[in-house]
Design a protein around this ligand. Structure first.
Ligand code: AGP
Length: 607
């Protein structure tokens, strides 16, 4: 989704803005632009395409030279990705702004502004809000912003320049994230912390309907009635290195390799005396054992982590768990209320569908537990209980290490709940917890066998379509493997419960069609093998991902990747790694932009 940056200080503003925007590229975008106070006016440079296109344009046409400005990467929602629709947008003589999010009532506002004699050059909702701020501006920026905030609806963040205030940046947010960085005689705004890490680690989190006024001396904060606000200065706990590629060809590959470390960072602090302890997250055995039903609500990969959570919780704690896609949950009048627990899983903590689902659950009286990676994000702040995953910054659009730690937390939660409900013994809980701590070592071993997965990826890279099949936890894993492949390789694939194939989908199998069969669950092994035979008999090219004790009959697998065996319940932590790497290599072989796949954004802040 769109990225906002802003800078005021002694450095060359255009350079800082482009560098900061490059750290937000992972969010996904299709045009970029900056606006800088230069030669006594606000000069804009913007271009469709990548930041490199913007830089090339500025090289050719001249770069605005100054010390105060705002920048933006746009992920098109209203209007195509064109130079004209790119941000920043002018709102008239005084206002220039950048915007992240959506102005829901922009049509009505646009009609009003047109009736007031204003004309528009772009198709964007952003230009409408720029014009509205300008319309309300009579010499007082705070008043113009506050008046605008009263009239607009939606979820958004704005970075604003007023022509009369060449030493200041104004910022405001409602819903969409925005941070304010504090450096030595310089200040920043950004949609996310990596944008400013090169310059400072200190930042403020702008809250709902707060206005920030930035100068090189620091930042003042106000509410929309102009009452000054004191804010806590935070320090980012990751550095530039964590947000850089460190020699890996892509962020995705780096992040896949960071999984063992991410598990240890997430799990170790939550273990006391060999047992899971989530007390510091507000979760105690007394509290969790009382919940009637559990809902896990999330999107995409995070939802797939929820599928693993469902199996673990139901199997161990014997509590019914419903997994819901956040965008569906909201609109089907969910049967939830007091006594229910809603677990929201999100890497970014800003996914609009998940955030709104959580708000709805709260309104209906359920308790909310957020499992979130991004510190201080909206979901993290609004949940009743919170477990942070410590994956560190995940930059690649395709989620890998975040998924890994989401399922690690699902295990911890499942173990603790099962023990609290007396469904497993303390001894069993200790055994499972100890095994969870062993997973990083096993994953290292899988990562050392990347070449085998490169060969497997070669075997399917030319396919038009393929299937992932599995049963139980392997089905949950298949869903994640399939999503990973399609989002970065653009090869169509579908995940199917292996036993369900014969009810229709098996008719898709053609000679040579790749089928990835995930078969890590001993109890289901024989059944899964029968399903593999069914597709093999119809000409499929089969790739088997299984435990290392299996000796599959030779003729059922064209390729076989064996995983170190641990308890069946924990096999998803092993099994997802080869699936991630197969998708990664397929994407590289097809020459795709692995970290920034087409049409996708890292943080999906619109519905
Ligand atoms: C995963 O690879 C995706 N790009 C996507 O499905 C993602 O998991 C989903 O958008 C949810 O994001 P969140 O975890 O930040 O809420």
């Amino acid at each position: 989704m769109c990225g906002i940056v802003g800078y005021v200080g002694a450095r060359n503003c255009a350079d800082v803005l482009v560098s900061a925007l490059s750290k937000l590229e992972y969010r996904g975008y299709d045009s970029a632009g900056i606006a800088v106070f230069a030669d006594g006016e606000i000069q804009i440079a913007k271009s469709k395409g990548r930041l490199a296109d913007l830089s090339a344009k500025m090289e050719k046409e001249g770069k605005p030279e100054g010390h105060v400005g705002i920048g933006h990467t746009r992920w098109a929602t209203h209007g195509e990705p064109t130079d004209v629709n790119s941000h920043p947008h002018r709102g008239g003589a005084y206002v220039t702004l950048v915007h992240n999010g959506i102005i829901e009532n922009y049509k009505r506002l646009k009609e009003f502004l047109i009736s007031e004699g204003r004309t528009f050059v772009s198709d964007t909702d952003t230009e409408v809000v720029a014009q509205l701020v300008d319309y309300h501006y009579h010499g007082d920026p705070l008043a113009a912003i506050a008046d605008t905030m009263r009239e607009v609806t939606g979820s958004f963040a704005l970075g604003i320049l007023f022509a009369d205030f060449p030493n200041k940046i104004f910022a405001v947010r409602r819903g969409s994230p925005l941070i304010v960085g504090k450096g030595e005689n310089e200040s920043f705004i950004a949609s996310d912390v990596p944008a400013i890490l090169k310059y400072t680690k200190q930042y403020y989190l702008l809250e709902h309907d707060e206005i920030a006024v930035l100068t090189d001396k620091g930042t003042e904060f106000y509410d929309t009635r102009f009452v000054p606000i004191q804010k806590e200065l935070l320090t980012a706990d990751w550095d530039m290195d964590a947000a850089e590629k460190q020699g890996y060809e892509h962020f995705m590959l780096k992040e896949i390799h960071e999984q063992p470390e991410s598990i240890l960072r997430t799990v170790t602090p939550r273990i006391e005396d060999g047992l899971p302890s989530l007390a510091e997250c507000g979760i105690t055995p007394e509290k969790i054992k009382e919940f009637r039903n559990i809902y896990i609500v999330a999107c995409g990969t995070a939802m797939h982590a929820g599928m693993v959570g469902k199996y673990v919780i139901e199997k161990l704690a014997r509590v019914p768990v419903i997994v819901d896609i956040a965008s569906e949950f909201r609109y089907r009048e969910p049967l939830i209320g007091e006594g229910d627990l809603i677990i929201i899983i999100s890497q970014s903590g800003e996914t609009a569908d998940s955030l709104e689902a959580m708000r709805l659950a709260k309104k209906l009286g359920a308790k909310t537990l957020a499992i979130v990676n991004a510190k201080g994000s909206s979901i993290a702040r609004e949940a009743d209980m919170l477990i942070y995953t410590h994956a560190g910054p995940e930059i690649a659009v395709a989620s890998t290490k975040a998924y890994m730690v989401q399922i690690a937390v699902m295990y911890l939660f499942g173990f603790e709940l099962a023990l609290a409900k007396g469904k497993i013994t303390e001894e069993e809980c200790r055994r499972l917890t100890a095994l969870l701590l062993e997973t990083p070592g096993y994953i290292e071993k899988i990562l050392a066998r990347k070449d085998e997965l490169h060969t497997i990826a070669e075997s399917l890279v030319k396919a038009e379509s393929l299937l992932y099949i599995g049963r139980g936890l392997d089905y949950a894993l298949s869903m994640e493997g399939s999503l990973k492949l399609k989002e970065i390789s653009y090869i169509h694939s579908e995940a199917y419960a292996a036993g369900e194939l014969k009810h229709g989908t098996i008719s898709l199998i053609y000679d040579g069609m790749p089928v990835i069969a995930v078969d890590t669950q001993k109890a289901l092994h024989e059944k899964t093998v029968s399903n593999i035979k069914e597709v093999k008999a119809r000409g499929a090219m089969t790739i088997l991902v299984c435990g290392d004790s299996y000796a599959p009959e030779k003729d059922i697998a064209d390729y076989c990747f064996r995983l170190p065996e641990i308890d069946d319940l924990l096999m998803p932590m092993m099994g997802v790694v080869p699936l991630q790497l197969i998708a990664y290599y397929a994407s590289v072989m097809r020459g795709n932009d692995v970290d920034k796949p087409r049409n996708l954004a890292k943080s999906v802040t619109v519905e």
